[in-house]
Design a protein around this ligand. Structure first.
Ligand SMILES: Cc1ncc(COP(=O)(O)O)c(C=O)c1O
Length: 504
């Protein structure tokens, strides 16, 4: 495709905000030309956008048509616009400052290592599922069905805590698949685990909690978000059985966020002894356990273990979402709070946004009820198991001294680094070598970090995983050479960043 050609997905800007302010000494044509250029340069009019006809724009701006004809002609001559028979006047890609959003285009190293990576970089950071596997046809069928049959009143302000259909579906599903103790009135539909946790943190703050315990290592962005809800974060270590219940008791917190099904990022299944200890602790301190059940659908070698909430619905709030099973962009999740927190959670959800989108709730509900969701998950499990095996095999072949931690579950593996490998240097060098992975340093909060990498396999076909590990091994070799060679003691090339793929 030539530089001048717009992409295929054309947009039509029949509504266009253009300010033709009074500018002494400049003609109307010049002012219109400048306003259009500004809109193209800043990306308000992206490449491919079809502009209004000269007649329509002239009428909208209350100027003569000749002014618009001249302004368009000038911008066509300068390459900002393209005129094509049959397609009118279209924004070209030549006038844009940069395809990258502000910040990424700035060359600022602090922004280079976060957010989007270059397209030639293999992105093996953890987080999203394989978005190409989103069940578009099944979702479209479910949505068509919803639109055909949904009574009009369901499109109004339904209960802010979720449509009846969604809550009934979730109650049945969570009991069936997660062993949850739940009835439909207990479910609060939210926009994701993140909203569920922030609501719960604020509810706890209002109820007198001052601190909130979290797992260390744990999800770095989640810890940051929670720390902004008014509670002090207390980091609790995780070992081979999951969160250390004795260390938790020493924090004197009365609330904790845990990932029992698949500890993030260590991949530990919370042992049954620890499950009992956690519940005992919650009863002793009159506290609450916030169970982030984020990727419990994905386990590849053993039957799933039921959720903690099923053991103690009075002390555990269960949180989940479709962010890993379908797509994070749906922003659809749920909370099943213990009864004593129900009214406050509902009230905050109501005050936050008056409820999540009902069409998606109904579509998801249809997907579950028709069995399409179960089928989708079965396919995904098969695909992810193969990808995980491929990644583990490639790591064993190319980086045999790096131990892999955790159960065969979820969407990533955690590898520990040999003592002499500098995690930040490796993450940085890996990106230069063409593979993005995530270091674990930022996941420990206030506790001393242990060097490791989190490598996501959900989004990469098997061949790409193989290539990614080869690049990682090349990066490790380059870091080792640098350590023993001339770069020892040299100043850092640039500030190092993690390659966190922030989900918020
Ligand atoms: C540990 C953990 N919890 C929860 C989530 C999902 O959050 P949400 O449901 O808000 O998308 C993620 C997503 O990456 C995660 O890694």
């Amino acid at each position: 495709m030539s530089e001048q050609q717009p992409p295929a997905d054309r947009r039509t800007a029949t509504e266009l905000l253009l300010a033709l302010d009074d500018q002494p000494g400049r003609s109307l044509r010049e002012r219109l030309g400048a306003a259009l250029k500004d809109a193209v340069r800043t990306g308000r009019l992206p490449p491919g956008t079809r502009l209004p006809s000269t007649r329509v724009l002239a009428a909208d701006l209350a100027v003569s048509r000749g002014v618009v004809v001249d302004a368009y002609a000038e911008l066509i001559a300068e390459g900002f616009l393209i005129s094509r028979a049959g397609s009118g006047t279209v924004v070209s890609s030549a006038g844009r400052w940069s395809a990258a959003p502000p910040g990424e285009a700035s060359g600022d190293p602090s922004t280079q290592r976060t957010g989007a990576v270059q397209s030639d970089v293999l992105d093996l950071r953890p987080g999203p599922p394989d978005l190409a596997a989103f069940p578009r046809a099944a979702w479209a069928a479910a949505m068509r069905d919803v639109l055909r049959t949904l009574p009009d009143h369901e499109l109004g302000y339904v209960a802010p805590w979720g449509s009846d259909a969604m809550r009934e579906t979730l109650a049945t599903y969570l009991a069936r698949v997660r062993g949850a103790m739940v009835k439909s009135p207990d479910v609060v539909v939210v926009s994701g685990v993140t909203q569920g946790l922030t609501i719960l943190a604020r509810v706890l703050g209002a109820a007198g909690h001052r601190t909130l315990a979290v797992e260390s290592p744990g999800h770095a962005s989640q810890r940051d978000i929670l720390s902004r809800q008014g509670l002090q974060i207390r980091d609790v270590p995780v070992d081979a059985e999951g969160i250390d219940a004795d260390a938790l008791a020493r924090t004197r917190s009365r609330a904790v966020v845990v990932t029992p099904a698949n500890q993030y990022p260590c991949g530990v299944l919370l042992s049954s002894a620890r499950r009992r200890a956690l519940i005992r602790w919650a009863e002793d301190v009159d506290g609450v356990v916030l169970e982030d059940d984020h990727d419990s659908e994905f386990r590849y070698e053993r039957l799933p273990v039921g959720c903690l909430q099923g053991l103690s619905p009075a002390r555990v709030a269960l949180l989940g979402s479709v962010s890993k099973s379908l797509a994070p962009g749906l922003r659809l999740g749920w909370v099943v709070p213990p009864g004593f927190l129900q009214p406050a959670v509902r009230a905050l959800k109501r005050d936050d946004d008056f409820g999540s989108g009902v069409l998606d709730q109904h579509a998801f509900s249809r997907l579950v009820v028709t069995g399409a969701y179960d089928r989708h998950l079965r396919q995904l499990r098969h695909r992810y198991r193969e990808r995980r095996n491929a990644l583990v095999g490639a790591l064993g072949r190319d980086l045999p001294s790096w131990p892999i931690q955790g159960q065969a579950a979820g969407l990533h593996v955690l590898v520990r680094l040999p003592r002499d490998v500098d995690e930040a240097a490796l993450v940085d060098t890996a990106l230069d070598t063409g593979v993005a992975v995530q270091g674990t340093a930022a996941m420990y909060g206030s506790l001393p970090p242990v060097a490791g990498l989190v490598i996501g396999y959900a989004r990469a076909p098997i061949g790409r995983l193989d290539e990614g590990v080869r690049r990682l091994a090349a990066a490790a070799a380059a870091v080792a050479r640098g350590r023993g060679g001339s770069s020892r003691g040299a100043p850092a090339r640039r500030p190092r960043g993690s390659t966190a793929l922030d989900y918020c």
